[in-house]
Design a binder for this molecule. Structure first.
Ligand code: ZN
Length: 252
């Protein structure tokens, strides 16, 4: 089994491309955490998961959507209770430049963290430009199994997140970013996961439309950096996801 611990299936806008992605997830056996941007996006992924056992829908309000979703936070409670994993949630001071959005981003994020603590949920967290602050929030709410999505901050904060017990999804820029390669060198093998982050992320990196089987390339590149053979690291990554899910009583 391969692992795509952070994808966005609603980003496959074209029906044919979506069908192709879903086929790949089935045929290549890729356990996929389908993150959401908001309620609509969660419902879309939830529907897809009914016909595809490899898809686990995750519910969250993405930091980019927080300013549209900060009023009536308690609307989210039933979805948080229902979902197996919370995500995508987080903070972003890199891509979001409008400072007036920051208070909404924080209040939405903290709402989800409180719920994650109360309901004992796994979290899939976006940390762009807010790494240190996220670390403090993780500690404040005592999160049990945070998955840090596509970490790209400084290495000192990375070490603190590793010490805390976080897991990390290595993404599609691994062959292209020196920083990502440095990060992978520092990550303990028992904390590594892989992700594709939707079709547009690979496109952003190298212009190619990103299907879920891109995880195979990522596994290959991790195996080279960590000096493991391909199957060994592939199996380790699957075992890591299984360990996280089992902590929360989810069996795959
Ligand atoms: Zn994402």
């Amino acid at each position: 089994m391969f692992v795509d611990a952070h994808n966005h299936l609603d980003f496959f806008k074209d029906k044919e491309k979506l069908e192709k992605a879903l086929d790949i997830i089935k045929v290549d056996n890729i356990v996929t955490l389908g993150c959401s941007m908001d309620i609509q996006s969660y419902n879309f992924t939830k529907k897809l998961s009914k016909d595809n056992r490899n898809i686990i829908p995750c519910f969250g309000i993405h930091p980019w959507e927080a300013h549209n979703n900060y009023k009536n936070l308690d609307l989210f409670d039933e979805y948080i209770k229902e979902c197996k994993i919370i995500g995508e949630i987080g903070l972003d001071y890199f891509w979001i430049k409008e400072k007036e959005k920051y208070p909404h981003m924080k209040s939405v994020f903290e709402y989800f963290l409180k719920k994650a603590r109360n309901y004992n949920k796994i979290t899939n967290i976006h940390t762009k430009g807010a790494e240190e602050e996220i670390l403090n929030y993780i500690k404040k709410y005592g999160l049990k199994t945070p998955i840090i999505h596509w970490y790209s901050g400084d290495l000192e904060t990375l070490k603190k997140l590793i010490d805390y017990g976080c897991y990390f999804t290595v993404s599609v820029d691994i062959g292209y970013s020196k920083l990502t390669q440095e990060i992978v060198k520092l990550l303990p093998p028992n904390r590594i996961l892989t992700e594709t982050d939707g079709p547009t992320s690979l496109e952003w990196v190298n212009g190619k439309y990103g299907y879920p089987d891109e995880v195979k390339n990522i596994v290959n590149k991790i195996s080279i950096i960590k000096k493991y053979n391909y199957d060994e690291i592939k199996n380790k990554i699957f075992k890591n996801l299984k360990t996280i899910l089992m902590k929360e009583g989810i069996v795959i």
